[in-house]
Ligand binder design. Sequence first.
Ligand code: NDP
Length: 335
Amino acid sequence: MNTPIGWALIGASNVARQWIIDAIRAQPDSTILNVLSSSEERGAGFAAENDIPAHTTDIDTILTDRKVDAVYISTANQFHCSQTLAAAAAGKNVLCEKPIALDVADARKMIVACREAEVVLGINHHLRCNAMHQKLRQLLQKGTIGRLNAVRVFHANFLPEALHGWRVNDPDGGGLILDSTIHDIDTLRFLIGSNPTHVMAMTQSGRLAHDGVEDGIMVVMRFPGDVLVQIHGSYTVPFSEGGVEFYGSGGVLIGRDCMSQRPAGRLFMRNADGEREIPFQHHNLYHYALSAFSSAVWGTGHPAATGEDGLAALAIALAIRESARTGRQIEVEIP
Ligand code: NDP
């Protein structure tokens, strides 16, 4: 039998409220013991609303509590590194939201600290937990559509007003690239099984975001094997459907409505025999992520996305941002 996992939430966030509290409680023997907020009032409201027995404004209250085995960090992006380092030093397992950090050096420090403390570090790149992407990956690995030629990713939507805040006004921690494009990058790494070698990008700003913060993007990337990849991302396009298209020498795989947090998506294959829908069973993305993370804590598995996955996605996202800012093609280096 597995030992129970006591959790604390670091951050009274929307994503915790909407998805993660339920996903933690869906795991066997997992309990949420405490929530950290920088605001006493917000923490109290969040704890009451979500039936969490304690709240605090002092991270040490959580880190010195021996009943806390794991923390879920979903504060604003600039706090992910320092809070992960503190949690690792206290011997707590860490599930951290994406982006892992704001720069690669910090991401590396987080990986090293968790490794040395012998605690698990997972990064919550949820799209690789979508059953449609998992099925698509299997088909690609089997060579179902032959030699891969090109990929297109459609991830444009209209950001709900409740999520504006730091996403549209913080030039360092906010913006579409570190918020959303980084999910596309992780999904592509998961599906293709490699990292891009070169990236080029152009961004938009001003439809919703301001102070130069990007709210729209077109990216072109080259992956090993001379595979060209295109991403369209946006905060400002209503009525768009997220999707992916993989073009191979022997067919096309098309994923529709598969870039959201919901267990959604339909998969189609088109080849010389015509077009057919590929069947598979959906599951809750966040339940899947928490189940994988719990297995890693018990020593019987690994997180859906590791610290190394988070670092690679961040390095590629920063190369994309550099390309957009300089107008140059950037060679990707994953340290
Ligand atoms: P929120 O804006 O809801 O929360 C971020 C921080 O903002 C909280 O920690 C909280 O600080 C503070 N905050 C929350 N509400 C208020 C308020 N009314 N007034 C002032 N401050 C407030 O962010 P998200 O939940 O959207 O994102 C949190 C993290 O999760 C980010 O790193 C993001 O990238 C990631 N994310 C991941 C998703 C995924 O599916 N993997 C989906 C969405 C976000 P405090 O804790 O101090 O109270």
